[in-house]
Design a protein around this ligand. Structure first.
Ligand code: AP5
Length: 215
């Protein structure tokens, strides 16, 4: 499948993407995960991105587009992919459209995971993430804690709170979402293949997608 997942920070894009990868081997492409791996590696790209990310700002469009133009042409994308956190602005969406035409990719569906703000705030304050860049498993101290506190079930690395999970950065990320990313909903409604899923259960989101794709 080739699906784009839209939704506010904490809506569950990463959680749903991981569940969908298990269905048919499609890969998750999370711009947030790629950027955090670059920050950990201390690369030039990571150094450019870190300040924006920690403040809850978006990384500049040209940095993201350069990174994604390469990523979408890697061979593993041919199995199918779940875009998680990309695009985030109208200019990114417009450039993605041109890129997909150039490399001959067509999306099956654009999905907006629509979760109330109070649920989102609670989830972001209680999320924990595996610190291993190759794993980045997502946990939640309330709804999905690791079996051993602070240790990833999958790879045994420390499970941490992300640097952009301060109250100030979370508030700013939600404002940035309303201002810059929410307009993508109207953009993709006009483009077609858009579905809105107002749902707090990740399993229900996955089932709605399966039904639409007749999987
Ligand atoms: P990114 O990593 O993409 O962060 P985000 O969009 O803010 O999304 P999150 O990862 O916070 O949330 P999510 O929707 O994936 O929710 P999750 O499944 O984890 O981006 C980080 C930063 O990178 C950005 O701020 C920006 O600076 C930069 N960036 C990234 N992409 C960019 C782009 N394209 N352009 C410019 N800059 C970019 O779930 C959240 C929590 O809730 C977890 O604890 C989870 O366990 C829990 N949970 C999830 N679903 C459920 C459920 N159904 N029931 C109970 N708990 C649940």
């Amino acid at each position: 499948m080739k699906i784009m997942l839209l939704g506010a920070p904490g809506a569950g894009k990463g959680t749903v993407a991981k569940l969908l990868t298990a269905l048919d081997g499609s890969i998750q492409i999370s711009t947030g995960d790629i950027l955090r791996a670059q920050v950990r590696a201390g690369s030039d790209l990571g150094k450019k991105a870190q300040e924006f990310m920690n403040a809850g700002d978006l990384v500049p469009d040209e940095v993201i587009m350069g990174m994604m133009e390469k990523r979408l042409q890697e061979p593993d994308c041919q199995k199918g992919f779940l875009l998680d956190g990309f695009p985030r602005t109208i200019p990114q969406a417009e450039q993605l459209k041109v890129l997909m035409e150039k490399i001959n990719i067509d999306l099956d569906m654009v999905v907006n995971i629509d979760v109330p703000r109070d649920v989102i705030l609670d989830r972001l304050c209680t999320r924990r993430t595996c610190n291993n860049g190759d794993c980045q498993e997502i946990y939640n101290v309330k709804s999905n804690p690791p079996k051993t506190e602070g240790i990833c079930d999958k790879c045994g690395s420390p499970v941490i709170q992300r640097d952009d999970e301060t109250e100030e950065a979370i508030t700013h990320r939600l404002e940035t979402f309303s201002e810059k990313t929410a307009p993508l909903i109207g953009y993709y409604e006009k483009e077609g293949k858009f579905i809105n899923i107002p749902c707090t259960s990740s399993d229900d989101v996955v089932n709605a997608i399966k039904e639409k794709l007749s999987l």
